[in-house]
Design a binder for this molecule. Structure first.
Ligand code: 3PG
Length: 306
């Protein structure tokens, strides 16, 4: 059996070593396709792969067509909007993610972004502190829960809203609940987004919500850029000179944000949230173990295309 690791954004070497050990101990062969720039390289590499480990790499119908022997794809990470699930199912391929494995890394970077924003990007102007400020966590999954844990260490007042998570779960984590999403945006100076990109969430974060945030508002998006209604946010940032926006990965309209408000906007050139050795090791090795469990024992825990 051949397991291909195909990553435009490679794992840390220590993680690849760990993946290799799991795969080879199981008696399988590991192939690596790192830093590829052409889709044709991926199409060629998947041709004889039985299993595939990816990160944000696009796995669409063309890839499934080319991967005649493929049985399983594991997205080493949380969001699997980069995989065409319908096509996977049509080709009889199991798709999994590795939920929670990189959650702490993403949660930690949120605080780097927040400090960056409140200290005015370290350009010399006096800023403010996080202690005592209200933070709203939009979606209380693995990352949101880690953000809540760390925020308490900063002495922040933490709120969360999640359409799919019972209030009792949020309250049990010592986090305030709200009756509506609008109430959270109205209450919190800081909002941290942790929603997946789905038909329901694309363009969801726009004027209706961000416009409600109090003075000195800071919007942090460490999730997918697609959940932001960029035109509405740009317009709002034009109208409100107090509003700051930090994004982990440049928005589609990055140039417009840069031009309009260079002092109130920051984006990472590539997605950096999960770029730690620990997250790479956790997610990469979990992916390798899930592949071995699936191929040897038919284990389908974490399958997302049932
Ligand atoms: C995820 O969905 O797990 C994060 O966005 C990290 O993505 P990455 O592995 O492409 O950095």
């Amino acid at each position: 059996m051949k397991v291909l690791v195909a990553t435009v954004k490679p794992f840390a070497k220590v993680a690849v070593d760990g993946i290799r050990k799991v795969i080879e101990d199981a008696g399988y062969e590991l192939a690596l396709l790192e830093n590829y720039t052409e889709k044709s390289d991926l199409l060629k590499a998947v041709a004889d792969a039985d299993a595939l480990i990816i990160r944000s790499d696009i796995v669409d119908a063309e890839v499934f067509d080319a991967a005649k022997k493929l049985k399983i794809v594991v997205r080493a990470g949380a969001g699997y909007d980069n995989v065409d699930l319908k096509s996977a199912t049509a080709h009889g391929v199991c798709v999994m993610n590795t939920p929670g494995q990189n959650a702490n890394a993403v949660a930690e970077i949120v605080f780097g972004f927040m400090l960056n924003a409140v200290r005015n990007f370290y350009k010399g102007a006096s800023g403010c502190e996080l202690m005592g400020k209200k933070l709203g966590i939009h979606a209380f999954g693995n990352v949101g829960r880690n953000v809540a844990r760390i925020a308490k260490g900063f002495g922040m007042e933490v709120y969360a809203y999640d359409a799919y998570c019972p209030k009792e779960v949020i309250e049990a984590a010592g986090v305030h609940t709200v009756d509506s999403i609008k109430e959270m945006y109205k209450t919190c100076q800081f909002i941290s987004l942790h929603l997946p990109a789905t038909d329901e969430t694309r363009n969801l974060i726009g004027r209706d919500l961000v416009g409600l945030m109090p003075k000195g508002a800071v919007l942090i998006n460490s999730a997918r850029k697609e959940i932001i209604n960029e035109e509405e946010l740009l317009q709002l940032m034009k109208e409100r000179e107090d509003l700051k926006f930090i994004s982990d990965i440049a928005p589609a309209a990055a140039c417009k944000f840069e031009e309009l408000c260079p002092d109130r906007y920051f984006a990472t050139p590539k997605k950096m949230g999960a770029e730690t050795a620990e997250a790479n090791i956790n997610a990469g090795i979990a992916a390798a173990k899930q592949i071995v469990g699936f191929l040897k024992e038919g284990c389908t825990t974490f399958m997302v295309n049932r």
